[in-house]
Design a protein around this ligand. Structure first.
Ligand SMILES: Nc1ncnc2c1ncn2[C@@H]1O[C@H](COP(=O)(O)OP(=O)(O)OP(=O)(O)O)[C@@H](O)[C@H]1O
Length: 338
């Protein structure tokens, strides 16, 4: 099968000029510019097959957004080659633009002063979507994303989650083959995150679209992506199966507990590794396989007022992996201990 995304030795440098604060700093930088290079993406190569869902994972500033922007043609690479659906993104040819979409959770393309439907019509005109196809797709999106009653409301009056659903709908109206999603669930409540995830999975299944997403929420990646690309300081350090990555690097869940009265540490240690413990509040690390059983035992044996089970935040897993230098990319879909 031909790859829909092919990236070879991709590099992106940003050139920034540093200036000290204040008037003196401005004057100094006027006569003596202090330029600095930021190596945001550092020699990345990868292949993605049609229909894959691939998650980009990395700590803040590791280069995920920069990579997505280059793949979608918003930024030109400093070095390296990219082919997306057979096109070179930086030329932003018509055929390329109608094959892709980029949704950024932090930015919107809907006009706040209009209702979503007006922006949809504009999108229809830009992408030259025939009327019948347009109506069919809006009906499909309305059903899949439960948009009924939202499309003719002024966008600024929609809730964050409602707006995000409209953002996804407009971004997909031209039925792109490749969908770049940068933090699509950021700031949404748990139910809305779930709705967005289900929609993305459905879109992938119905249309065979390739999905490439970044997220700081572990749940997004576990629900959607079988394969993850882990990026650190602009370098690809892992390309492979999410399951093997999380099992190896985050074999525990966090049990957050509040007790009716303070519990001694030696009692808590019977149930897991104590991660933090102050008076009647504690966090325990428990292996994935044992978490349900441990929660039941805690509820049965101790005066628990509140309990929740959470994944270790993805940031933490990645930070730990990076800190300990545990993985080093060997081949695509493969890694070795360094
Ligand atoms: N326009 C820019 N000019 C200069 N430096 C930039 C620019 N955009 C990003 N950077 C820098 O490039 C590096 C990579 O940034 P990028 O936004 O790609 O990271 P990220 O992995 O998406 O981070 P986050 O998870 O915080 O969104 C960072 O050091 C960032 O400060």
């Amino acid at each position: 099968m031909n790859n829909i995304v092919e990236v070879n030795n991709l590099v992106k440098h940003y050139y920034v000029h540093e200036k000290e604060a204040g008037l003196k700093g401005s004057l100094k930088s006027f006569f003596n510019r202090n330029n600095k290079i930021i190596k945001a993406v550092d020699n990345i190569s990868l292949r993605i097959a049609p229909g894959e869902i691939v998650g980009f994972l990395g700590s803040n500033g590791s280069g995920k957004t920069t990579t997505l922007k280059m793949l979608s043609g918003l930024l030109h690479p400093t070095e390296g080659q990219i082919k997306v659906a057979g096109f070179t993104p930086k030329y932003r040819q018509h055929g390329f633009l109608s094959s892709i979409t980029l949704v950024m959770g932090q930015k919107q393309q809907l006009d706040w002063d209009l209702c979503a439907e007006d922006s949809f019509l504009l999108h229809q005109a830009i992408y030259e979507i025939p009327d019948r196809t347009y109506r069919r797709r809006v009906a499909e999106m309305t059903e899949m994303l439960e948009l009924k009653g939202l499309l003719n409301k002024q966008v600024r009056k929609l809730s964050l989650g409602e707006r995000m659903k409209c953002e996804l709908a407009i971004a997909l109206l031209h039925q792109p083959k490749i969908v770049f999603l940068d933090e699509p669930t950021i700031g949404l409540d748990v139910n809305m995150q779930q709705a967005v995830r289900e929609f993305i999975a459905q879109y992938n299944e119905y249309y065979g679209a390739t999905i490439i997403l970044t997220s700081h929420y572990m749940a997004d990646l576990t629900a959607l992506a079988k394969r993850i690309l882990v990026i650190n300081s602009g370098k690809l350090i892992f390309d492979g199966d999410l399951k093997s990555f999380t099992e190896q690097k985050a074999p525990h869940k966090v049990l957050k507990l509040q007790f009716i009265e303070p519990q001694p540490a030696h009692i808590l240690r019977r149930y897991g590794t104590v991660r933090s413990h102050v008076a009647n509040i504690a966090e325990l690390l428990v292996e994935h396989v044992a978490v349900t059983k441990t929660a039941v035992e805690l509820l049965k044996n101790l005066p628990v007022a509140d309990i929740s089970i959470e994944d270790i935040p993805i940031e933490e897993v990645v930070r730990e992996v990076f800190r300990s230098g545990q993985v080093k990319l060997k081949h695509s879909n493969n890694f070795e201990k360094s």
